[in-house]
Design a binder for this molecule. Structure first.
Ligand code: FMN
Length: 325
């Protein structure tokens, strides 16, 4: 099969098999908008707390920033059980989204403590109930994002897969590390291959894709239906360009210094327009390292950018830096 292909999820056709992962603290609308300049991959909201939506709707709903023009776009919910997730889901139906995804992989303490995220892997029956209840409530595709298990003694990804498929899940994204590993070691792509072999639903591989070569290797080694990129896009904010080019067998030219600076300024502007200048400038600082990577002597520039609190100063530093090259 071609590297690049459609994925059909019920009535929804994804025009390619490339995905931007939900990344809490990173992939809000203004950032997705900038990344989508590289191609119409599928993207997701940051994870949204079902408990939050149930108890303080207005505050939690602020994070639901998905828009029709960025379709295909999913929302991702995390919660401890089917009742809580369903009641949260019923509250957000008026928002635009094409897919509802359930987070069964988040390994941060706060989420685990609320019996959500990767904690759910301990209870495939609950995952089954969550999917079944959502499927009864919506015609939209229902997907899950999982890790390989809670820890090394409980690597039950095949059991979770079986429960999810039985409930009618439409697609599974698989990051083959356990909850206990967090981001240590390597994602074990052989587990993706194992799941794909038996799966009647699309399996999206996730974990350690930092280049187009990695993405191609994952597809070739595992036969997965698509790839999901997370940390790779923060480290290399042009990674989708590279992946689309290589998947289409086209040449890829790395961005020049001025391409990098121009895109960084556009990203900054997008964040500032969305959040206001103050917060926009704070947010862009998480992305600076990736944009300026590989340019000479950037440590001083990064330090200076770290100190600014308005767009004009941010822009001036970068423009002077470009002139100095
Ligand atoms: C900063 C950060 C935030 C994340 N937020 C989410 C999230 O909101 N929902 C989720 O399912 N996974 C989240 N993840 C996990 C990623 O989506 C992805 O599964 C993981 O990073 C492995 O992929 P990678 O090796 O390409 O980074 C997050 C990861 C990072 C580093």
């Amino acid at each position: 099969m071609n590297l690049l292909h459609n994925i059909q999820l019920k009535n929804l056709t994804l025009n390619n098999n490339i995905f931007l992962a939900p990344l809490a603290g990173y992939t809000s609308y203004p950032t997705r908008k900038i990344y989508k300049m590289q191609g119409n991959f599928t993207c997701y909201s940051e994870m949204i707390s079902a408990e939050g939506l149930n108890h303080s709707f207005r505050k939690s709903a602020e994070i639901i920033d998905t828009k029709a023009h960025e379709s295909p776009v999913g929302i991702q919910l995390f919660g401890p059980n089917a009742d809580k997730i369903l009641s949260a889901f019923l509250k957000i139906r008026q928002f635009y989204f094409d897919i509802v995804d359930i987070n069964c992989g988040c390994s941060i303490k706060k989420v685990l403590k609320s019996n959500s995220g990767a904690y759910l892997l301990n209870n495939p029956d609950e995952i089954y109930r969550i999917i079944l209840r959502l499927k009864n409530e919506t015609d939209k595709p229902v997907t899950i994002k999982i890790r390989s298990g809670y820890d090394n003694c409980r690597k039950n990804y095949l059991q979770v897969h079986e429960a999810a498929v039985k409930a009618g899940v439409d697609m599974i994204t698989f990051h083959p590390r356990t909850r206990a590993m967090l981001f240590s070691g390597k994602a074990d792509w052989s587990l993706i291959k194992e799941m794909k072999k038996i799966s009647p639903v699309p399996i999206i591989g996730n974990g350690d894709i930092f280049s187009a070569d990695d993405a191609i290797r994952m597809i070739n080694e595992t036969n997965c239906d698509g790839v999901m990129i997370a940390r790779g896009i923060i480290e290399n904010p042009f990674l989708f360009d590279e992946i689309f080019a290589r998947f289409n067998s086209k040449a890829y030219n790395s961005p020049s210094a001025s391409d990098r600076v121009e895109r960084l300024l556009l990203h900054c502007k997008s964040l500032a327009d969305f959040y206001g200048e103050n917060r926009g400038i704070r947010e862009i600082k998480k992305f600076v390292k990736g944009y300026l990577k590989s340019l000479p002597d950037i440590s001083i520039i990064r330090r200076r950018l770290g100190e600014v609190n308005n767009f004009t100063d941010f822009e001036n530093i970068l423009k002077n830096f470009l002139k100095s090259l």
